[in-house]
Design a protein around this ligand. Structure first.
Ligand code: ADP
Ligand code: NI
Length: 214
């Protein structure tokens, strides 16, 4: 794909996310784009499709933009404006639909391209970046960082997961520590293993400090 076309779309996605602080921002999109590219190169996936889907995976997010979620209106408009072929637009939209994690109802994408983007999106929720995002999200939504009396809820459906209110530390048990076992590709499994170890070390340390033992 034409590099100028990609760069033009990146600038528009950046403008689209200006002022967004909920964790779905341009910086997240850019990290997913880079990671998805790295995974796709190792896995031999179609780089154009992976890059477009990574770049546009959150512009019609159901929480940020419920009205355009079903039709992927923002993604379609952006791709059309930059002359992406209609067949590619359809492929990219189908990939985007498949990538979002939602409780026990999650699906694994059928194509290797969808798998790369889903893995990249999930990897950005774990490790050092994931820790920062979890506490930023918790602060944004007025959640407590930790409450030992509130037990994590390990089995939620898509709707329960969306409505669920919990502490930021519980979010590690309810979602983040489970992500490494949900990676589709071998490349992402290797990256996830490293990030997951780091996150466990961090939470172990956190809980010891909480109890005054460190
Ligand atoms: P996505 O839709 O990309 O799967 P989410 O909207 O679920 O992502 O989450 C965006 C970011 O906020 C992620 O890093 C996620 O771990 C974090 N996050 C989501 N829900 C919570 C929560 N209840 N507590 C703390 N962090 C959360
Ligand atoms: Ni995302």
């Amino acid at each position: 794909m034409d590099q100028d076309m990609l760069r033009g779309m990146m600038d528009e996605v950046k403008a689209f996310f200006a002022g967004e602080s909920s964790g779905h921002d341009y910086a997240h999109t850019l990290r997913v784009y880079r990671l998805a590219t790295r995974i796709a190169e190792r896995e031999g996936a179609d780089l154009d499709v992976v890059r477009l889907a990574a770049l546009l995976h959150d512009v019609d997010d159901v929480k940020l933009s419920p009205a355009t979620h079903a039709g992927k209106d923002h993604a379609v408009a952006l791709m059309r404006a930059h002359g992406v072929a209609e067949a590619t637009i359809r492929t990219v939209c189908a990939l985007i639909e498949e990538v979002s994690f939602a409780g026990d109802d999650t699906v694994a994408p059928a194509s290797i391209e969808g798998q790369c983007v889903q893995d990249a999106d999930r990897l950005d929720a774990i490790g050092a970046i994931g820790i920062a995002r979890a506490f930023a999200y918790g602060g944004h939504h007025n959640r407590a960082i930790h409450d030992p009396d509130e037990r994590p809820n390990l089995h939620m459906t898509r709707d329960e997961y969306r409505r669920h209110v919990s502490t930021s530390v519980n979010h590690f048990y309810e979602k983040l520590f489970r992500l490494k076992d949900l990676m589709n590709t071998q490349t992402a499994r290797e990256i996830a293993a490293h990030r997951d170890r780091f996150m466990h070390e961090y939470i172990d340390e956190f809980l010891l400090e909480w109890d005054g033992e460190r």
